[in-house]
Design a protein around this ligand. Structure first.
Ligand code: SIN
Length: 320
């Protein structure tokens, strides 16, 4: 066996999409104000010189956005580029730099459309690249460590943040300011990175029904997300269903229900009427994962991602 120093380094691709990890402050770097999605992915790599000893890295800038502005067009382009790179036998994995705000949605979307054999590792940062205590460089290093680790083969789409490996299905942002901003909830994370070592405790079983076909940029249906709160009636649902202004027309509704997925009587009646008109309705809980059921405890935002892909796969039937 060749000594490890003579073995060729794994080849990976790092794709940039923006976020705070690529953000810069114009003023005092110890102060909070900054703009997300400014630096290119090449600039992020330069901050972590040790990456060169882990992998041969190619880069691609897919977008440079604050992830609150994530669009279906960027999702389609990103998934297409990841598929392109992973189809090349020499490429072992992809790493994606992203904003934290919609990281869990992008990760779950990718997990539903990509094959699971090669790792796809998303990472992000809570502090901009110009902060004195920026967390992006360490997160990027950890993400590349996971992407190139032999044990990560077949792990699918994961998020690596603050030394923790989260499954795309379970990860959620739970804190608006701390660097430990992500949790995998009751299921817990898949593993952790300590220094050079990756410890994986579990793997996620593949989603039943996945992978979904990747919708063309113009083929994404409209699926809106509502919440059941004190005073919610059925008016917004009726407006959404009947509105002639919506383009494309409403195809699905996801409700973050109260408690065990309950909704007010008036909202329930409006949802039933919407369903009778061909709108797909799904209910999650605003509290946390629901036990049992077909949707297996998905958060409302992830249930919406899944419904988007289900409806895109069906095409656009005419509503009565
Ligand atoms: C973003 O999501 O792009 C901004 C916030 C962040 O990355 O933490």
């Amino acid at each position: 066996m060749a000594p490890s120093s003579l073995r060729p380094l794994p080849q990976i691709v790092v794709l940039g999409t923006g976020g705070t990890i690529a953000g810069t402050a114009t003023g005092d770097p110890s102060l909070p104000g900054y703009t997300a999605g400014v630096l290119g992915v090449e600039d992020l790599l330069k901050e972590v010189p040790t990456l060169g000893s882990l992998a041969q890295i190619q880069t691609e800038q897919v977008a440079n956005v604050d992830s609150k502005d994530m669009t279906f067009a960027v999702w389609t382009r990103l998934a297409g580029r990841v598929m392109h790179w992973l189809a090349q036998p020499s490429i072992q994995a992809c790493v994606i730099t992203h904003g934290t705000d919609t990281l869990e949605e992008t990760a779950y979307f990718l997990s539903l459309v990509l094959p699971l054999d090669k790792p796809v590792v998303l990472t992000a940062a809570m502090r901009p690249a110009t902060a004195l205590n920026a967390d992006g460089p360490q997160n990027l290093l950890d993400a590349v460590r996971v992407a190139t680790h032999p044990e990560a083969r077949g792990i699918g789409v994961v998020c690596v943040l603050h030394g923790v490996v989260h499954a795309a299905r379970d990860v959620a942002k739970i804190n608006t300011h701390a660097v430990e901003a992500f949790s995998s909830g009751e299921r817990g994370p898949l593993g952790e990175i300590e220094g050079e070592h990756l410890r994986l405790w579990r793997r996620t079983p593949p989603e039943s029904g996945a992978p979904f076909a990747l919708p063309a940029a113009e083929a994404w249906p409209r699926v809106e997300l509502l919440s059941n709160v004190a005073g919610t009636d059925g008016a917004v649902v009726r407006c959404l269903v009947e509105s002639p202004c919506l383009h494309p027309r409403l195809r699905g509704l996801v409700v973050a229900g109260t408690g065990g997925g309950t909704v007010s009587r008036e909202l329930e009646a409006a949802l039933e009427a919407a369903a009778a008109q061909g709108v797909s309705v799904k209910v999650a809980s605003r509290v946390g994962p629901l036990r049992g059921g077909d949707d297996d405890g998905l958060s409302a935002v992830k249930l919406r991602v899944r419904l988007l892909l289900e409806l895109a796969a069906i095409g656009t039937p005419l509503r009565p």
